[in-house]
Structure formats: C-alpha cells, structure tokens
Design a binder for this molecule. Structure first.
Ligand code: SME
Length: 137
C-alpha cells in the first residue's frame, strides 16, 4: 500500500524524469478527476507553473480526453479551437488517459515547444507509463 505522499513523490519523479530525458517534452503533468466533480485537478508536474489547475470536463484538450477516454495528439495547438493555452511557446500537445480498474481517472499531459513531435511511439510509451502509475495510486 502507498500513502498519499509517496504517490505524489513517485508521480513527481516521473514528471521530472520524462521532462529531462525526452528533449521535446517541455511540460509534463498529471491531471486527475476532482472527487465527484466533472472537472480535472492538476497533480504533480514538471515545467512552468500553469494557471490552469482546474479544468472542467469538455474544456481544452485535457477536458475533451476526460470525456472521450482516448488519446489526443495535437500536432499544432493553433489549429485547435477547443484549446486552453498555458504558455505562448507551446506548439503541440499529447494527452493520454489514465485508467484504473477500467475507469478513466485522470491523464498525463505533455506540452512541446516543437511542432508535430509526437508519434505512435509516444502514445504507446505514455500508455505504459500510465499503466505503471495506475498500479501505485
Ligand atoms: N493545453 C491544455 C491545458 C493544460 S496546459 O497545457 C498545462 C488543454 O488545452 O487542455
């Protein structure tokens, strides 16, 4: 069993590691469903602080993934109309839902300052990361 602090530390280390090791991962964070509310709450992250600590379901890329239960790869954020800008330097984004016992309880969100950097390899890799996180939370 893992207490809340251990879980937060583990997820923080994952964020730090991913941001450090993958050159085009410029902001890496976890969002989780906020209790019974139809909104996401920011968890551990690495990168610049964001104003968007709460995101309603349906809003932005993250809010859309909370409802679709599917990966969302955005090669060019400027081409999205339902997008929440966190930083003007961000060019692209990938959001992969995190399932625990088959339920979409959150997601990993990665912003990149590089245009169109994300491949199916990133999707498979981040699905694996989320599966590992699901085991410890
Ligand atoms: N861009 C996201 C908001 C979260 S920030 O990237 C940290 C979105 O559109 O949902």
């Amino acid at each position: 069993n893992h207490n809340k602090e251990d879980k937060e530390v583990a997820m923080q280390e994952i964020c730090n590691l991913l941001k450090k090791e993958v050159s085009y991962y410029d902001w890496v964070g976890f969002y989780f469903k906020n209790g019974d509310k139809r909104e996401l709450k920011l968890g551990p992250y690495a990168g610049e602080p964001t104003d968007h600590t709460i995101i309603p379901f349906g809003k932005g890329i993250c809010g859309q993934v909370a409802e679709s239960n599917q990966n969302f790869v955005v090669p060019d954020v400027q081409a999205q109309d339902n997008y929440i800008a966190c930083s003007l330097t961000v060019k692209s984004e990938i959001v992969v839902p995190l399932f625990k016992n088959g339920e979409n309880i959150g997601q990993i969100d990665i912003d990149s300052n590089t245009p169109d950097p994300f491949s199916q390899e990133d999707e498979r890799f981040l699905e694996f990361v989320n599966q590992e996180v699901a085991k410890i939370i």
